[in-house]
Design a protein. Structure first.
Length: 297
């Protein structure tokens, strides 16, 4: 058995230890909250640390931050930093098929939600949690199995690939595949799963007797698009401080503003419609038919 990657700094018999599987916004927020309560927290994340490699492998779509989310951030002194990085949206602006628009305010007194970067809030929370002396993060570490009876987690730890000489004998090097090491830890008082749709932690729970469980995957996919800013940095969609929505029955497109003048667009649509779009001409025809006012942008 491997020992835990961290140990209690004082009174180990009293300080409870928590393993959190998944370092997305939920896992990072949970780590911060538990650390503030005195727990020793280890967070395991299968993806690399986006703060160091500049590649974010989570969902990249923007988030709309409401008062509930701001309240949670406020408890840890992070609200202002997140608010300053976002764009206020005071209404939904609905785009009809004819090109006409109408506004639906979020409230009668100027209430608003914020368009923020998912990567931004994730990295903010990870950094804040990591600053606590009783929190550690281990990236490139996926959870393969959880045994609740033994309070045991089985982890697959990735060793990044290295470069090696190519077979052709030239000076160029090709990356070797990464290697994985299995580690088992069984000294946690609490295991929290925040590891997404194929959660190993959830599987361990539903595999126990007495649990009813069902899982159904959506028949929709999404595609992220971008409307860039004008040459002078201004927004192409007006008003810019709105959540723009193009509802089209069983699919839709939304646009959330960014501080650089661009809009992050997301097209949500059934698999079968995506599969029917195969060529550039298909794309052009689809947008001209369904989102004609967005095409010039």
């Amino acid at each position: 058995m491997s020992s835990s990657p961290s140990s209690s700094s004082s009174s180990p018999e009293k300080q409870k230890k928590v393993a959190i599987i998944g370092a997305g916004p939920v896992g990072a927020m949970a780590a911060l909250a538990l650390a503030k309560r005195g727990y020793k927290v280890d967070v395991f994340e299968k993806r690399p640390d986006s703060r160091s490699n500049k590649i974010y492998e989570g969902r990249s779509i923007n988030l709309a931050l409401s008062q509930r989310g701001r309240t949670a951030l406020r408890k840890f002194g992070l609200e202002d930093e997140m608010v300053n990085s976002g764009v206020e949206m005071k209404s939904r602006l609905i785009h009809t098929i004819s090109g006409a628009t109408y506004s639906v305010p979020y409230g009668p007194n100027g209430e608003a939600i914020l368009s923020i970067s998912r990567q931004g809030i994730n990295e903010l929370l990870v950094t804040a949690a990591e600053a606590q002396e009783n929190v550690t993060f281990q990236f490139n570490t996926g959870c393969e199995e959880v045994n609740l009876q033994r309070r045991e987690i089985v982890l697959s730890v990735e060793t990044p690939s290295t470069s090696s000489p190519s077979d052709s004998g030239d000076d160029k090097k090709k990356p070797s595949p990464p290697t994985f090491e299995t580690k088992i830890y069984n000294d946690y008082d609490l295991i929290i799963g925040s590891d997404g749709a194929r959660s190993a932690a959830r599987k361990a729970i539903v595999d126990r007797s007495g649990y009813d469980y069902s899982q159904k995957y959506l028949d929709h996919d999404y595609k992220e698009l971008t409307i860039p800013a004008n040459a002078d940095g201004s927004y192409k969609l007006s008003p810019h401080n709105a959540l723009h929505i193009w509802p089209r029955g069983d699919f839709m497109m939304i646009g959330l503003p960014n501080q650089d003048g661009s809009f992050t667009m997301t097209l949500f649509m059934p698999h079968k419609i995506f599969e029917g779009i195969k060529t550039d001409d298909d794309v052009t025809s689809f947008f001209n038919t369904n989102f004609p006012d967005a095409v010039p942008l």
